[in-house]
Ligand binder design. Structure first.
Ligand code: GDP
Length: 335
């Protein structure tokens, strides 16, 4: 079949007890729902296959695991679900008693690891907006201790768990998702390298490669990430998309699918802040956009930035086409 850049996507499974916050995370990260609106969500009680495959670089499913779920029940095709999954995110409600959640985590991890040894396990210690700073650290320490002790006791000390403090009321949930997704991108080093080249050749201070729909950054240059910069870039995406929605065609994602909308391959925007900072956004492909931060005097020659961007985009296309060829080869699909 035809090779579409970015077609083979990182697959993520979101698990956790009922009411831990899974649907809220999904709505806020992938569907632009505001955190307050999640108060009225109906609880999930079955596997939800969120079909974001046409709009996002990331693909994921939600799986509730309240008490009665039996991993060995034939109705749950765990071979299929864990087999094709890159990362398993387990959500723990930090505002609630988490003992039940910890024992469910243990079961899920053990089962998943048996089926697929390469799964990355990511624990979201969630709803930490309700905790004081001291309490956050203490909760994280306690959960980490108990979870790893339990694995060690079961003789599974070869399994590694990563922990993230998250909340849908700030950018921590996006930041955590970014870290999870980045681990699943085999070409991360190549992407980081390309971003380093772009920024040094264009007097750019910081560059993020974003999955536009989710505002997850799938790569950034090698300089450290400042949360404020990241938030600024997220806001930039919102502004550009809102502008495209209002002054472009009505449905931006529909228009992208048809390739004739306002937000397309040529979409670009410069925003100058009165602090002397300039934000630059440029569409890379169907899912991805480059967002950069630079100083005002660094963008005197926009032509150079645009030229360097074109080179960057061509390189990105190469990276993902190569990845798909590889994937097609290993699964035996015709190219
Ligand atoms: P699910 O059953 O795991 O899908 O859980 P829901 O997404 O339905 O969330 C249950 C409740 O937790 C809802 O009332 C949400 O508003 C709330 N919630 C989700 N995430 C957060 C968070 O980060 N902080 C706070 N304070 N509440 C949250």
């Amino acid at each position: 079949g035809p090779v579409n850049p970015g077609e083979e996507k990182p697959r993520i499974l979101l698990m956790g007890l009922r009411r831990s916050g899974k649907s809220s995370i999904q709505k806020v990260v992938f569907h632009k729902v505001s955190p307050n609106e999640t108060l009225f969500l109906e609880s999930t009680n079955k596997i939800v296959k969120d079909d974001i495959s046409n709009s996002s670089f990331v693909q994921f499913q939600i799986w509730d695991i309240p008490g009665q779920i039996d991993f060995f029940d034939a109705a749950f095709d765990s071979e299929y679900i864990f087999g094709g999954c890159g990362a398993l995110i387990f959500v723990i409600d930090a505002q609630d008693d988490y003992m039940e959640a910890l024992s469910r985590l243990q079961m899920a991890v053990t089962r998943a690891h048996k089926i697929n040894e390469s799964i990355k396990f990511e624990v979201f210690i969630h709803k930490v907006d309700g905790l004081s700073d001291d309490n956050k650290i203490e909760t994280q320490r306690d959960i980490l201790q108990r979870a790893t002790d339990e694995l060690n006791d079961a003789g599974m000390d070869n399994i590694h768990l990563s922990f993230h403090l998250t909340s849908i009321y700030d950018h921590s949930i996006f930041e955590a998702f970014s870290k999870v997704v980045q681990k699943l991108i085999p070409q991360l080093a190549v992407l980081e390298n390309l971003l380093d080249i772009v920024i040094s050749n264009s007097k750019i201070e910081k560059a993020f490669l974003f999955d536009v729909v989710s505002k997850i950054y799938i790569a950034t240059d090698s300089s450290p990430v400042d949360m404020q910069c990241y938030e600024l870039c997220c806001d930039m995406i919102d502004v550009v998309i809102d502008m495209s929605c209002i002054y472009g065609v009505r449905d931006i994602f529909l228009s992208r699918a048809r390739d004739d909308g306002a937000f397309d391959n040529e979409s670009a925007s410069f925003i100058k802040l009165n602090s002397g900072t300039v934000l630059f956004l440029r569409e890379v492909n169907k899912h991805l956009a480059l967002v950069c931060i630079l100083r005002e005097d660094g963008c005197e020659n926009r032509g150079i930035i645009q030229y360097n961007f074109k080179c960057f985009r061509a390189a990105i296309q190469e990276v993902f086409v190569a990845r798909n060829k590889q994937a097609n080869k290993s699964t035996g699909h015709p190219q």
